[in-house]
Design a binder for this molecule. Sequence first.
Ligand code: CA
Length: 265
Amino acid sequence: MLPSFAFLGVHGEFTVVPSSGLFPDIRSATIVTMTAVATARILIVEDESTLADAMRYGLEREGFRCSVANDGSVALSRFESDRPDLVLLDLMLPGLPGEDVCRAIRRSGSTPIIIVSAKTSEVDRVLGLELGADDYITKPFSSRELVARVRTVLRRAGLVSEGARPSVLEAGPVRLDIEKHEARVNGSPVSLPPKEFMLLECLMRRAGKLCTREALIGDVWGPDYFGDTRTLDVHVKRLRTKIEDDPRKPRYLRTIRGLGYKFEP
Ligand code: CA
C-alpha cells in the first residue's frame, strides 16, 4: 500500500502538495514507478528532526536504507563515510549552508542530489538546480511525493530497477503474501481483515524498527482519521491473538511505551 499521509515539520498540519509544474515528467513518471523498490542508501540532510524522522520513516518503509545528518558539516563527513546513492538536502542548515554542501558533493562525483527546501521562489529553485542538484522539492510535501521523486531520480541515474518490491514478507513466525493477501503463521493460514493485514504489513516492512502511533494510524487509516486512537491498540491486540504464542506476553509485536509498536523478527 502506498502511504497516503502527508507530513510537514513546520506547522504540523497535513498537506497535500500540488505539482510544481517545474518537473512535468515526474508526475507522470510516478505512476509507473510506484511499485518499484530500492535498497538504495539515502542520506537525509535535515536539521528539523521531526521532518527528518518522517522522511526516514516514509523511505525505509519503501525499502530504502537511510541515514540522517542534521548539520551541514556532519552531512559532508557522513557523505564521505557512507557513500550514499542519493542525498536529500535541506538548504537552510546549521554548520554549513546546504548550497555549500551541494557544491562539495557535486565536486566529488555524480551522486544524485534532491534539494528539499522551504525556499519556494522560482529563483531559489533555479539556483538549486544550477548548484548541480538533480531535482527540487519544496516543503511541505507528502511522503508519496518524496518517494516518487527519489525513485524517479534514482531510476534516471540507473540505480533502481523496476518491479523489485518484495511482495512476500517473512519475519518471525509470520509470512505475508501481499499480492495474494494471504497470511500464514508458523505455516498455517490465518484470516486477517484488511486493516489488520495493512497494519501487520506496515510493521513487518519495518521489522526491528519503531513504528510510531502517528505513522501507523496515517498509513492504515489515512490522514483524515480523527477517530479514537485506541482503534490502533485494539487492532494490535487482535493481531497478537493471531500471531503470538502468548498474547499477554508478546514476543514479536512489541509495545514501545509512549511511542508506538515494533515488530521484533
Ligand atoms: Ca532547515
